[in-house]
Design a protein around this ligand. Structure first.
Ligand code: HEM
Length: 233
């Protein structure tokens, strides 16, 4: 059951943060409901929560890791679908609107993956099941590293491409983002090819990732899929 408890007096880094956290069983979500003081910020509170977690051997993913996984999975499938759809549209104001939405989503995913990496580096994930061979473990680790790399590289290549093509990115139509490169058509075209190739690679890696998750669940009948599902506390 979800309950609300006062959580005060975090003294890590000599900071005092007064807040609330959602205590969902063994996985409190710290920082989502927080009263901010002038001196503290969202990030230190999140990090403190993770340091607290990383001292114990994890048996499943923390609620925040699960949220990041599934929210990003939905957004990534959305961005992929949008990217492939809008490419084929005839030139029109509607097409430009799709490009803007795609770019806003991509930049949001870029910031989300930075947060997720911070989370991952400060939070030990659960160990892989004992029945897996050395080769399967290696494949799982390499697959996860590839996914993190692609989650970073894809939005970054899009942002670089947009800069090189001389099209500014205004995040959600409000926040102008800096151009990462000066205008250069050849570089822009090369980055466009790179962006497509990286997305096709992501689709391939995801096919393996989802296939492996289903194999764990239906053939090995282990906890690997269950432990990342939102409902498990
Ligand atoms: C239907 C879609 C998906 C399913 C069923 C799924 C399933 C899973 C499962 C079961 C795990 C846990 C593996 C373990 O415990 O060792 C996992 C972890 C992970 N997933 Fe997914 N996933 C999906 C989509 C995605 C997408 C779209 C991405 C990003 C492109 C992604 C990136 C990751 C990463 C990076 C991890 C490793 C987390 C860690 O660092 O331990 N997943 N996924």
């Amino acid at each position: 059951m979800v309950s609300f408890q006062p959580d005060c007096c975090h003294l890590w880094n000599k900071a005092l943060a007064i807040g609330l956290y959602i205590n969902a069983g063994e996985n409190p979500i710290v920082g989502l409901i927080t009263f901010f003081t002038d001196e503290s910020s969202f990030l230190p509170i999140v990090v403190m929560n993770e340091f607290a977690h990383s001292t114990t051997a994890a048996t499943h993913y923390s609620a925040t890791a699960k949220w990041l996984h599934w929210v990003m999975a939905v957004l990534i499938f959305g961005a992929l679908a949008m990217g492939f759809y809008m490419q084929g549209l005839p030139f029109s104001p509607g097409k430009l609107q799709w490009y803007s939405w795609h770019k806003w989503l991509g930049v949001s995913l870029f910031f989300l993956v930075l947060l997720r990496l911070l989370w991952r580096f400060t939070h030990r994930p659960p160990a892989l099941p004992g029945h897996m061979s050395g080769l399967e473990r290696l494949a799982a680790h390499l697959g996860h590293i590839a996914l993190y790399g692609l989650m970073l590289a894809i939005p970054l290549s899009g942002w670089l491409m947009s800069s090189a093509k001389g099209i500014p990115t205004v995040w959600f139509g409000v926040l102008p983002l800096p151009d990462l490169l000066s205008k250069n058509k050849e570089v822009g075209d090369a980055l466009q090819t790179l962006h497509v190739v990286l997305n096709l690679t992501l689709l391939g890696v995801l096919l393996g990732h989802v296939g492996a998750a289903l194999k764990h669940h239906f053939i090995n009948k282990d906890e690997v899929l269950i432990r990342i599902l939102p409902r498990r506390s």
